[in-house]
Design a protein around this ligand. Structure first.
Ligand code: ADP
Length: 227
């Protein structure tokens, strides 16, 4: 029980971490860099995101954007919606891309289930993993590498404010602190989940340079050549 190593031809990458940690900036760089440098131009680089804009993803956003609705929603029910959204994402986008031998790079995947557990609650993490696996049915797959851009929650909130974005109900200092801790615990509980922590408090280019050295190892191990 747990993660399922990617059985498909394509490479599956994920950028993650707490809100405003800088993951989408890095996912964009990963995709652009791969597109510019892959030797085989038949390999497409598919940039994608969870939650999606499909029906369960829209339900999630409406809950996260509404203080009252959020307060009335059982946290596990919310996590079920994330898992159902992910199942559709895997069925419609991720797995078809991987089966075709493409590189799929997602902004968040199921490591983000850690949002649903109390701080350090390993039993809840295990329950969430089990629930995710069951709800995905045969569309269960796991990234070859999950980059966690690790930043103090205070810095994340600062970046969020500076970006001028509105905050949803998960984007609070206490939640981000709990989630940051839970990522570490998740990595310890599921070493096969391929989480790779990178210090995200530096400049975008410094962070990307670390990402690139990990990517080079991964491409090499998978026989993917650069031009
Ligand atoms: P996320 O996808 O995790 O919410 P973003 O990549 O959208 O994060 O970044 C959040 C904000 O912080 C954006 O305004 C972005 O330009 C800025 N940002 C991202 N990475 C860095 C960094 N390393 N240093 C400073 N600002 C950053």
């Amino acid at each position: 029980m747990g993660v399922l190593q990617n059985p498909y031809r394509g490479l599956f990458l994920c950028g993650s971490g707490i809100d405003f940690c800088g993951k989408s900036s890095q996912v964009l760089r990963i995709c652009n860099w791969l597109r510019a440098n892959l030797a085989d131009k038949n390999i497409a680089v598919l940039r994608t995101k969870q939650p999606t804009t499909q029906r369960f993803g829209r339900m999630i956003r409406s809950i996260l954007g509404d203080k009252q609705l959020f307060a009335q929603t059982d946290p596990f029910d919310l996590q079920e919606l994330f898992a159902k959204d992910s199942r559709m994402h895997c069925e419609m986008e991720v797995i078809p891309g991987l089966e075709a031998g493409h590189i799929v790079c997602t902004d968040r995947f199921r490591e983000s289930m850690v949002y649903g557990a109390e701080k350090g609650n390993v039993i809840e993490l295990h329950m969430l993993m089990e629930m995710n696996q069951q709800l995905h049915r045969r569309y269960w797959v796991w990234p070859d590498k999950v980059f966690i851009f690790d930043v103090p929650p205070e810095l994340a909130i600062e970046r969020g404010k500076a970006s001028g974005r509105s905050f949803d109900e998960m984007e609070r200092l206490d939640t981000l602190a709990r989630v940051r801790e839970n990522f570490y615990i998740f990595a310890r509980e599921y070493p096969e989940a391929n989480l790779h922590f990178i210090d995200g408090s530096r400049s975008i280019e410094e962070i990307f340079s670390d990402v690139k050295s990990e990517l080079l190892k991964l491409l090499n191990a998978n026989g993917i050549k650069l031009s």
